[in-house]
Design a protein around this ligand. Sequence first.
Ligand SMILES: Nc1ncnc2c1ncn2[C@@H]1O[C@H](COP(=O)(O)OP(=O)(O)OP(=O)(O)O)[C@@H](O)[C@H]1O
Ligand SMILES: [Mg+2]
Length: 254
Amino acid sequence: MIEIKKLNKAFGEKVILKDISVDIKEGELFSVIGPSGMGKSTFIKCLIRLLKPESGQIIVDGQDIGSTSNEFTLAKVRRSFGYLFQEGALFDSLTVMENVAFGLKYLTDIPKSDYPRLVKEKLALVGLKDVEHLKPSELSVGMKKRVSLARSVAAEPKYMLYDEPTTGLDPVTTGMVKDLILDMREKLKITSIVVTHDLNLALEISSRVAMLNNGEFVEVSEPDKFRQSENKGVKEFMEISHLSRTANGEKGCK
Ligand SMILES: Nc1ncnc2c1ncn2[C@@H]1O[C@H](COP(=O)(O)OP(=O)(O)OP(=O)(O)O)[C@@H](O)[C@H]1O
Ligand SMILES: [Mg+2]
């Protein structure tokens, strides 16, 4: 379980997160949505202390990493997280096998002789086979996403963080990534936190959706309740999302 209490983050004078408090329970698929530049990425970067908050607690399985400088504690907590970066961030000079094994090498004590088997297992999980010898340049965008995801879950993290997992993808690949996120949760029982500006994605896959606006979570609720929100920021965001969806030719909601 992740307990966030009164989390504050600023860059210089610019306050990004103001007193954010929320609990993310085991098995949840928790999405954070909001307009560009509001601090969604900042929020998840704080969760694994890629960024240090000004104040507040981030308690991961009972361990508060909000302000600690203890590298041992940080490393231990970070090992329970997988992180799917927006751009995938595969190493171009490494093969798919080496890319996926990277997570095992740095995050586990698993013997090297087990890597090929485990890498193949994770690639199968994301629907890929016989690609171990290829380099990222030889993969399609969708395949790169799958390999990135295989790498992120290679060490079987307890928590997965997804930063804009579908941004810039075509509708087919978006659907595929959506299914993969749901699969990871189901098959590996991973608690997931998804940061996205894709409201429709968030409403479709999440157990709860939080809307970040001007540094605060102005609404945190289950998708059905979220749709009924009376919050002005949420209503505007829903309106804009609907308009851009219609403009893209994807009419109507399920
Ligand atoms: N390392 C940094 N130093 C200074 N300012 C930063 C830093 N990282 C982010 N910011 C600023 O903090 C604000 C929030 O950025 P963040 O990337 O978290 O937004 P976001 O909601 O993820 O946006 P997007 O939807 O475009 O990804 C932005 O104004 C950004 O310019
Ligand atoms: Mg971002």
